[in-house]
Design a protein around this ligand. Structure first.
Ligand code: ADP
Ligand code: MG
Length: 396
């Protein structure tokens, strides 16, 4: 998967189209978390430091109707970017047309421009999300080179990633994209061993493809979180009121058989009578008694997982071990974070929206080699699928 990166192209005097991921949370027009803008800075700075003109664009939320546009403009993002860069950023409130073309043609080397939410093109026939060829061609015509740095949408073929690239314009990865390809991509294609995968989160159904793909690739697969109880059920264990997907029990049974010793299930749970932080908790080995629901892995499981992780050289983790949002059920996720933090000389990757949030919220962000930002995209990469946005980047 050797892809060309931004370092492989000459940017001087070039109009550089950069597909960024500025899909930030907004409340009443105010950005509540600017992590994604901050994360895009290295690529943007590299373009301007190397004499390029940075033309930035991104989707923001879902836009299906004219009314959906309210509160989905990239204008506040352009303003925040200006503050972060300490220089003016031109915002064009259009996704195409004369105003945009004039603004682009007036750019000088080192200038930064942001144009409007690419999904505003979805109102009139899903042009962006449907990868409308004419739209991709139009955007490509605005620049000389295309840098795709939006890993989060790499599993989708949209006009703003695949459409532009398929016109034949030189297409390279930005720094964020490069990192994702390097860490997540290499973990599943060429892992240093032992390779331990940890899968948790709410549902088995979200992670079936990942478990199936990793059974043949990983040396061990540790299961935690809500999906535990569908596996318990498959083993004929009692699960009380724990989360279960009845229609996935048969599949869980198959996975248990297929994986053999590789698959390690929790041996104890922290339970409660309600999905709440305000009721007493109980600790149970194995079966969960009636009236209780399993909401975190227990201390014996933390120890078991820590032992299973010893000596690991590659760790991929997707899905929290418990309902970490409530302090009573965060210990399992913290325990696994600690075990990973203690590993010497291992490449450790955490991915998934909630898992990444958990690692950051619990104070372990700097303990991982890589925190993967793209939820769906990193899952599909872990499933061994080819991502259209990645495939469209030029090979080295
Ligand atoms: P990610 O976004 O990292 O892929 P998921 O979305 O699959 O993770 O799952 C995260 C959610 O799973 C969290 O909100 C967490 O509270 C929930 N969860 C974890 N363990 C349990 C459990 N035992 N019962 C119910 N929900 C759980
Ligand atoms: Mg999630």
């Amino acid at each position: 998967m050797a892809k060309k990166t931004i370092k492989d192209v000459d940017l001087k005097d070039k109009k550089v189209l950069v597909r960024v991921d500025f899909n930030v949370p907004l409340k009443d027009g105010v950005i509540t978390n600017d992590n994604r803008i901050v994360a895009a800075l290295p690529t943007i700075k590299y373009v301007i430091d190397n004499g390029g003109k940075a033309i930035l664009f991104s989707h923001l939320g879902r836009v299906k109707t004219e009314e959906d546009k309210a509160g989905k403009s990239l204008k506040p993002v352009a303003e925040r970017l200006g503050e972060l860069l300490g220089k003016p950023v031109t915002f064009v409130p259009e996704t195409r047309g004369a105003e945009l073309e004039t603004a682009v043609n007036n750019m000088k080397d080192g200038d930064v421009l942001v144009f409007e939410n690419t999904r505003f093109e979805d109102i009139d026939g899903k042009k962006e999300s449907g990868n409308d060829a004419e739209l991709g061609k139009y955007w490509a015509s605005l620049g000389d080179v295309f840098v795709n740095d939006a890993f989060g949408t790499a599993h989708r073929a949209h006009a703003s990633n695949v459409g532009i690239a398929s016109t034949g314009i030189p297409t390279v990865a930005g720094f964020l994209m490069e990192k994702e390809i390097k860490f997540v991509g290499e973990a599943v294609t060429a892992p240093k061993r032992p390779f331990v995968a940890i899968l948790g989160g709410a549902k088995v159904s979200d992670k079936i493809g990942v478990i199936e793909n990793l059974i043949s690739k990983a040396d061990k697969i540790l299961i935690g979180g809500g999906m535990t109880y569908t596996f318990y059920k498959a083993k004929g264990m009692n699960i009380g009121n724990s989360l279960v997907e009845e229609d996935k029990v048969a599949l869980a049974k198959e996975l248990i058989e297929k994986a053999g010793d590789k698959l390690i299930l929790p041996i104890d749970s922290i339970t409660a009578a309600e999905f709440s932080n305000d009721v007493p908790t109980e600790e149970h080995s194995g079966d969960v008694p009636d009236g209780q629901m399993g909401l975190d892995i227990g201390p014996e499981t933390i120890a078991l997982f820590a032992q299973a992780l010893e000596g690991a050289k590659t760790v991929v983790w997707n899905g929290p071990m418990g309902v970490f949002e409530m302090s009573n059920f965060a210990k399992g996720t913290i325990g696994v974070c600690e075990a990973i933090a203690n590993l010497a000389d291992a490449t450790t990757i955490i991915g998934g929206g909630d898992s990444a949030a958990a690692a950051i919220q619990l104070g372990f962000a700097d303990k991982f080699t890589h925190i993967s930002t793209g939820g769906g995209a990193s899952l599909e990469l872990l499933e061994g699928k080819e991502l259209p946005g990645l495939a469209a980047i030029n090979d080295k």
